[in-house]
Structures are given as C-alpha cells and as structure tokens.
Design a protein around this ligand. Structure first.
Ligand code: NAD
Length: 281
C-alpha cells in the first residue's frame, strides 16, 4: 500500500479563504490578542505565523510582547483589561511562559468566552460534556477536521493517541471517543507501544519523539496523524517514520504541512466563532 498524503496546508488554506469571505461580510472586525513573554525562538516563529494568518483573513491581531522579567501582576492586569475590551474577542497566551509565572492561574483568569486556545478549565469541561459552547483547543480540533474532511469513518475504530498532554493528546482522545472510537492513550510510561500501534486503525502521535513510530509497527491500511514537530539531523520531522510508514498506511499527514497549518486555521476559526457569539445580540 502507498498511503495518500493528507495535505494540511491545502485544507487549512481552504478554511482560511472561507473565513476571509465570511469576515468580509461582517460589519465589525474580529479582534485577537496574543500575549508573549520572553524571547523563546520557536514561540516567536509561531506568533509571527499567527499574526500573518490573522491579518490575511481580516482578523485584527495585536501582539502584547513582554520581556522575560515580566511579573505575574503585569500580565494579570493586561488580561483583566482585555477581558473587558469589546474590540478583543479572543485572547491567547503563547506557551511556554517563563518559569516564574503561574501559567495555570493566568489561563484561569481569561474570560472563557475569549479563550480561543480552549485551555480554560470551563472549556475543557465543556468539551468533556460534548457541549456546543466549548471553545476547543486548536490542534485537536484541527486533527478532527483533517479526519472528517478526508472522510475517514471513525465510529467503531480503534484509535491510539500517543502523548496525553492537556493541549493535544487528552482533548484529541475525548473528541475521538465522542465520535465513537475505542481510544487507547499511550504515554512515556507505556510498555508495549509497538503492540498497541499494531492494533490501531487510527494513530494520532503527539509525543515529540523524532521518527519513533516505525512502519513495521503499523497495521496495514491505518490512518496516521503526526502531530510531532521535531528535528533530526537538522531536518524537521514528525513522531512517525514517514518513509517506512507510507508503505503501510492508507492515509498519512506529513511534517511539515500536516497538522501544523491546521492549528493556525483553527485558532482563527475559534476567534471568528467567539466574535460571532459575543456579537449575536
Ligand atoms: P508534551 O511534552 O506536553 O507531552 C508529551 C506527551 O508525550 C506526554 O504525555 C508524554 O508522556 C508522551 N511521551 C513522551 N515520550 C514518549 C514516548 N517515548 N512514548 C510514548 N509517549 C511519550 O508535548 P505536547 O505539547 O503535547 O507536544 C507534543 C508534540 O507535538 C511536540 O513535538 C510538539 O512540538 C508537537 N505539537 C505540534 C503542534 C502542531 O500544531 N503541529 C501543536 C502542539 C504540539
């Protein structure tokens, strides 16, 4: 078998073009605030991509950039004023934050209706309850979009999620359960990963281990979604060994160009949805 490559770049571009058309028809302009503390190199690249993509679809994104030494009080004061700002519909804190800042406390202080990263406990609970009010984290939302857009049937399938972080693995597993998958979650302490992979119809890998999942582990015809963004010998790669996996899978996402662009598209989608909800009356 030679897997079909799921083109995340193209799917994300289609979403963004549709959003652009919808935003053009609005009387107002959706606003997104991005809070960044420190100069983490990867964060700076992600922020730049988000600002560029937002501007392209007609969302006004504003970056609030602070030095590494910023205090929690300063960030709290900003969040509190953005919570009240009618021109701001969505707000994200670019992670990771410098170690002296309490990430959880700051996320908890964001108005849940503006929490377009979907990290606030209320939105996590809403997702758990399968509530339509949930703002869902962009990466797992993008993963589900990729699967559904590719017409992968999910009900009754064995799905394996490798990595159970709060921002990717856990919400992705919850969404797959709601779609009728039988979900197994693997993590750093999982002992028999190759056997689990062999049983999976769908593998979502989000563990950050370069090319760890080998083609020989993969069930013939499985669907592979690679979330990992890693470097191996200076080159970007995912968690799945693409060259061997492509011969076993039916569908596979590349790295780069798979899940990554979907994360940005879903952040914009969430900002637009938050804008609509805040302006519905
Ligand atoms: P994290 O570090 O918060 O969590 C990693 C998870 O993987 C943990 O649950 C850990 O137990 C598990 N894990 C680690 N090593 C493992 C192993 N050898 N076997 C099985 N499980 C293992 O990571 P995260 O923030 O969820 O990110 C995971 C990866 O996804 C990273 O490469 C990150 O760069 C990437 N990522 C990509 C996007 C995107 O848009 N494409 C978004 C978020 C994260």
């Amino acid at each position: 078998m030679n897997a079909q490559i799921i083109d995340g770049r193209k799917i994300a571009a289609d979403i963004q073009n549709t959003l652009k058309e919808k935003i053009k028809k609005q009387t107002g302009i959706p606003g997104l605030a991005i809070i960044q503390a420190g100069d983490d190199e990867a964060s700076t690249i992600y922020v730049r991509n988000k600002l560029r993509a937002a501007a392209d679809v007609g969302i006004k994104a504003v970056l609030y950039k602070f030095p590494e030494s910023v205090t929690e009080q300063e960030l709290s004061a900003l969040i509190s004023s953005l919570n009240k700002d009618k021109n701001i519909n969505g707000m994200i804190i670019q992670l990771p934050l410098p170690a002296h800042l309490d990430e959880e406390a700051l996320i908890d202080s964001i108005d849940p209706e503006k929490d377009v990263d979907g990290f606030h406990p209320l939105n996590i609970g809403r997702l758990q309850n399968n509530s339509p009010q949930a703002l869902i984290a962009a990466t797992p939302k993008g993963i589900l979009y990729l699967l559904e857009n590719t017409h992968i049937s999910l009900a009754g399938k064995n799905a394996l999620v490798i990595g159970c972080s709060k921002i990717v693995g856990r919400p992705a597993a919850m969404m797959l359960i709601q779609k009728g998958c039988t979900v197994t979650m693997a993590h750093i302490q999982t002992k028999n990963l190759p056997e689990l992979v062999k049983m999976a119809d769908i593998v979502i890998s989000a563990c950050g281990c370069p090319e760890m999942v080998k083609g020989e582990w993969i069930k013939e015809g499985a669907v592979l979604i690679d979330v990992g963004i890693n470097r191996l010998n200076g080159k970007l790669c995912g968690d799945i060994e693409f060259a061997s996996a492509i011969n076993k899978a039916s569908y596979i996402t590349p790295v780069p160009g798979g899940v990554g662009p979907m994360t940005v598209a879903m952040l914009l989608q969430n900002t637009y949805e938050a804008y609509l909800k805040q302006n519905q009356n």
